[in-house]
Design a binder for this molecule. Structure first.
Ligand SMILES: [Zn+2]
Length: 598
């Protein structure tokens, strides 16, 4: 499949955005140069489009320049719907060419475009094969400057996909052999993608990105990047060690909750506690790996350690954390997932580089902005891809506080192939009603979801695209991959890897390095028999020289001890008393800088 994007002189903003989205989704989308003021528009298309099966995405701004008139000939509308399998008519507004295009392509059903009703508050998403987990949802708030289509009462030809106040802004119809999608002009302020991704409601970028991405996914099917069939979820609880109880965390009780509501809990474990654990809790974790797991949460959890920029400090921190957890594993038999949950949500770019050097497969955080240095702009790729990667560092995934998860967040994660990652502290279990509601919502919206440990969730997050020769391309989203061939025939895979070297252990068939592919990724080829499982990981890097070994001072060791003791005191004994909590807070503010909350 190929998508053509007509252009006369320069692509308008909507066209550039479409091209970028197609590129992120790995769809073959190219510009189609057309003469301005053409006298033979059908001839222009005949000459420019060679493929039998193709789609076209055109907006009225380009149509106006191309045709040089303020109307859209019926003969051209008929020709387009016979020549192309899929049409996207986007950027439609109330100008005469827009209205004429709509009228001709919709066989007189859509008569124009108008501004959405001022008091409308929701985007209504229809259940349709393009809308996936968004189908049936109502997404808010609406941008009151969005435009919707005016349609004849009682018509059944045009099917709304996304509507405001019952009037569609994105709709589809079938004409001749073509599936035609209509998308209204989107107000420019939707284009402003700045600020933290986590803080932005899906509704803000919903109408500018999703209809186009839905169209491309629908037209290209498995010829563009799409998530694997595996949908993973994990609840990550920060801080509690594996004691019998910690604050409101009572592992026996939570185990029963997990069986009842069906979820998995990954403890973001502070390696400082490697020596102090309850044998009964350890037993529980070993007996129920389907319900309990652990991952890294800093090292000492003091002074926003993952926000450090000095490579010596980071190397010390990660080396110590790993050594502690290796000893913990040797004693308890519990493996610590090679994923870092950043303490206090703070991380530096240097920390991402250090994590990769220390063989971590990924990180999780609730914001995408590193501390220090230049603030990265939020890009379309950040929104549309499962993980975020800066320079050559470790990729990281977003996680959300349980109480802030909305249905559209779940649908968005599923749409882009992001594992559903929830994050909280022990206080969540004071009254777990909100947790049960969120877990129930996830399990209802995504019946195929599997709750699993964080490391496996990241390893199984990958994108898939079928190549023309029936090879399947795989784009891992973390620095490790786990893949199972669930088909009844053997499949040849090409795995994209950022480095030429990868520890590829993929099935029993021949394996080879297949050269450089898209985006300079290195391709490793292998075959999996039906039911066979393969894996790939980053080879352990030769650690960069970090200068003299960093050792914390005696004063710092004392400070870490005091800090942890205060946190334990707060979570275990004082968390039920507001007065006592404020006393501890004051003490902490006197002893430590206020922004370093445990
Ligand atoms: Zn923490």
């Amino acid at each position: 499949m190929k998508c053509y994007l007509p252009v006369t002189t320069e692509l308008p903003a909507a066209g550039r955005r479409l091209l970028r989205i197609a590129e992120i989704l790995g769809a073959d989308c190219v510009e189609l140069r057309l003469p301005a003021g053409s006298s033979d528009p059908i001839g222009d298309i005949e000459n420019g489009v060679a493929e039998q099966e193709a789609c076209i995405a055109i907006c009225p701004t380009v149509a106006k320049e191309w045709l040089g008139i303020a109307s859209f000939p019926s003969s051209l509308a008929n020709y387009l719907s016979q020549r192309f399998k899929f049409l996207l008519i986007h950027g439609l507004d109330s100008d005469p060419v827009s209205c004429d295009m709509l009228l001709k392509l919709s066989q007189g059903t859509v008569s124009g475009v108008t501004q959405a009703k001022k008091n409308a508050s929701l985007y209504q998403v229809a259940k349709d094969d393009v809308t996936g987990a968004f189908g049936g949802l109502e997404v808010s708030p609406v941008n009151s400057r969005d435009h919707v289509f005016l349609m004849h009462e009682g018509q059944t030809l045009v099917k709304p996909i996304i509507s405001i106040g019952g009037k569609p802004l994105f709709a589809r119809l079938t004409a001749s052999a073509a599936q035609i999608f209509l998308l209204s002009g989107i107000t420019e302020n939707h284009l402003d993608l700045e600020g933290d991704l986590d803080a932005r409601p899906v509704a803000e970028y919903f109408p500018q990105l999703l209809p186009i991405a839905m169209f491309i996914r629908h037209a290209f099917k498995d010829e563009c990047w799409h998530p694997s069939d595996v949908i993973s979820a994990s609840l990550i609880i920060d801080d509690p060690p594996l004691w019998k109880r910690y604050g409101y965390v009572n592992y026996e009780r939570i185990s029963a909750f997990m069986d009842q509501y069906r979820f998995h809990m990954t403890m973001a474990f502070i390696p400082y506690y490697w020596r102090r654990y309850s044998t009964s809790t350890v037993r529980l974790f070993r007996e129920r790996p389907d319900r309990f797991s652990i991952c890294f949460h800093g090292n000492d959890h003091t002074d926003a350690e993952m926000a450090a920029t000095d490579p010596r400090v980071l190397a010390y921190c990660l080396t110590t954390a790993q050594a502690r957890m290796e000893r913990f594993t040797a004693r308890t038999g519990i493996r610590c997932g090679k994923v870092m949950a950043f303490p206090q949500g703070a991380f530096s770019r240097s920390a991402l580089a250090a994590l990769k050097e220390h063989n971590f497969i990924g990180a999780v955080n609730w914001g995408h902005i590193p501390t220090g240095g230049q603030r990265p702009a939020l890009t379309l790729a950040n929104v549309l891809q499962p993980s975020i990667r800066y320079e050559d560092g470790c990729p990281f995934f977003l996680r959300r506080p349980v109480k802030r998860v909305r249905p559209e967040d779940i649908a968005m994660d599923a749409f882009v192939g992001r594992p559903i990652l929830l994050q909280e502290h022990h206080e969540l279990f004071r009254d777990p009603t909100a947790l049960f509601e969120t877990v129930t919502l996830i399990n209802r919206m995504l019946p195929e979801v599997t709750w699993r440990d964080l490391q496996s969730s990241l390893e199984m997050a990958y994108l898939v695209r079928k190549s023309t020769d029936s090879t399947v391309s795989i784009r891992p989203c973390a620095l490790a991959l786990q893949i199972k061939n669930t088909e009844s025939n053997s499949i040849r895979y090409d795995v994209e890897w950022p480095d030429q070297n990868a520890n590829v252990s993929l099935g029993s068939g021949p394996q080879e390095y297949a050269g450089v592919g898209h985006d300079d990724a290195h391709l490793h080829s292998f075959t999996l028999a039906p039911g066979e499982v393969g894996s790939a990981s980053q080879p352990r890097e030769a650690r960069a020289a970090v200068g003299p070994v960093f050792r914390p001072s005696f004063a710092r060791i004392i400070k870490i001890g005091v800090r942890r003791t205060l946190a334990e005191l707060r979570d275990n004994y004082l968390s039920r008393s507001p007065v006592a909590i404020s006393v501890v807070k004051s003490m902490r503010n006197i002893l430590f800088s206020p922004h370093h909350a445990p």
